[in-house]
Design a protein around this ligand. Structure first.
Ligand code: BG6
Length: 487
């Protein structure tokens, strides 16, 4: 695995600990090595020392024995390269051949682009020019590419064409790290493996769906990127739409990568068109101002490092989306995501229809609807709320919850998303990666919102840090006679 951006944050926080945990769990292939590519001057020893620190800081609790750590570190190499120096790639190629000899990796390569998006295309073109991408049957070369994949439809098409000149679609693995999360993979199992849910999963029995991914952090040190992205491109275009697709898709004919992704894309194709009027009515954007967290004042978005004091970038979105097909016609999907909200969690809430208020419910009124909560993080699990008779002589009904928590047991630590995703790339399974048409239709949807927003200047900031976003987000759902489950 050749990691461009090998001295960067993603590599240290996520990739090296993931490789190490795969090694500890015995999942890593025998013949495997990591070559980190970076601009800085480093000896292999210095680099291995960095990897060790990264493992200590960011790895899951089980750190293995010193002997295991030494063995794992012996698979890590460092190669200094200016990624814009085309000649350097042939030398890198020769270095990789040397590593092949030590580790028996036979010319098979995963090229992992953990770099800023403007470097994607030049790296890929230089790899091709140096004859490092063959896929000739004797060896394989795969490309793993981090988000953002373009900043709108046009730039994504251009990037895709450039990459396709070097790698075929079957060799491209576009990362959406949400797809590596245990509970996202579980959505299909919960839906399609339960007679209790599957027959009810449609507009006859479901009133509406809420998909919420809230964060407590602000923009952190990513001002330059986030100013251009905002919550729309950073969270909605990818993670939120993935959650929506998995919740709404039809069962695939078979469980292979293309059948699953075919069904997911159909959901995107069924999204109702976001006209400017609809965007005004159904999409709320927000930006956090100053606020208090744990008794301490935190700055507003416009006061953060690298952010323009008059920035119009949104850090919050709430919206109502319609999936216009036979299963979902008439069922709204409400999406909410934002930074500097009071709690960090991701959850899908399925609210079932209300029953007619007859029988003895008539007097009681306010019978609560059944809800199913698919908890993605930090708690992983499922909770189902339903009504029972309150013990006692009066016919009172109360709502109770049944709770399955997958990660409450201390021994049940779920693998990090990157562990699963890296392993799938090694195996050549692209199911949990974004296919080009998913990216394309996601941009089509998001571009319309971005275009409509350009016409209206927002009044920002419009929510204090550590609150649930602007008042309009509440209004959006309350005017339909519903309420956010968390707000
Ligand atoms: C990333 C976004 O893709 O996802 C970040 O760029 C965001 O802005 C992060 O914080 C959220 O991921 P998670 O796994 O913490 O929910």
């Amino acid at each position: 695995m050749v990691i461009f951006g090998g001295t960067g944050d993603l590599a240290h926080r996520k990739l090296y600990p993931a490789v190490y945990n795969l090694f500890l769990s015995g999942e890593l292939p025998e013949n495997f090595a990591v070559v980190a590519v970076g601009r800085r001057n480093k000896t292999i020893e210095e680099f291995r020392n960095d990897v060790e620190q990264a493992i200590h800081r960011f790895s899951r609790p089980n750190n293995g024995s010193p002997a295991q750590l030494d063995k794992a570190l012996s698979m890590f190499y460092y190669y200094r390269l200016d990624i814009y120096n085309a000649d350097g790639y042939s030398r890198l190629g020769r270095y990789l051949s040397e590593v092949d000899k030590v580790h028996g990796t036979n010319g098979n390569r995963i090229f992992y682009l953990a770099v800023a998006p403007e470097h994607f295309q030049p790296i890929v073109e230089n790899l091709k020019a140096a004859g490092m991408v063959l896929n000739d049957g004797a060896s394989w070369q795969r490309l793993v590419i981090e988000k953002p994949f373009g900043s709108d439809l046009n730039s994504a098409i251009m990037l895709n064409e450039a990459i396709n000149r070097v790698f075929g679609e079957q060799h491209i693995y576009r990362i959406d790290h949400y797809l590596g999360k245990e509970m996202l993979q579980n959505i299909m199992a919960i839906r399609f493996a339960n007679a209790l849910f599957e027959p009810l999963w449609n507009n006859k029995y479901i009133d509406h769906v809420q998909i919420i991914s809230s964060e407590t952090v602000g923009v952190e040190n990513r001002g330059a990127y986030y100013e251009k992205a905002g919550a729309l491109r950073d969270m909605l275009q990818n993670h939120m739409l993935q959650l929506l697709m998995l919740t709404a898709m039809e069962p695939p004919a078979i469980l292979d990568n293309n059948s699953i992704r075919d069904e997911k894309v159909k959901v995107l194709k069924s999204l109702s068109e976001m006209t400017s009027e609809k965007v005004l009515r159904q999409v709320v954007r927000g930006q956090y101002g100053r606020g208090q967290i744990d008794g301490k004042m935190v700055p507003g978005y416009r006061e953060e490092k690298g952010i323009s004091p008059s920035s119009d970038t949104e850090t919050f979105i709430a919206m109502k989306v319609e999936v216009e097909n036979f299963r979902w016609g008439g069922v709204p999907f409400y999406l909410l995501t934002g930074k500097r909200l009071p709690v960090k969690f991701t959850e899908i809430v399925i609210q079932f229809v209300s029953l007619p208020e007859v029988l003895y419910f008539k007097e009681l009124r306010g019978l609560k609807p059944n809800t199913l909560h698919i908890r993605i993080q930090p708690t992983e699990g499922v909770e189902l709320y339903f009504n029972t008779k309150k013990p006692g002589i009066r016919n009172e009904i109360i709502q109770v919850g049944m709770d399955f928590c997958q990660n409450c047991d201390v021994d049940a630590v779920s693998p990090d998303a990157y562990e699963r995703l890296l392993l799938d790339v090694m195996k050549g399974d692209s199911t949990l990666f974004t296919r080009w048409d998913e990216v394309e239709y996601a941009w089509r949807f998001v571009d319309r919102i971005a275009r409509a927003w350009k016409e209206e200047k927002p009044i920002f900031p419009n929510y204090p840090a550590s609150t649930w976003g602007p008042y309009e987000a509440r209004k959006l759902i309350e005017r339909d006679g519903r309420r956010w489950h968390v707000v």
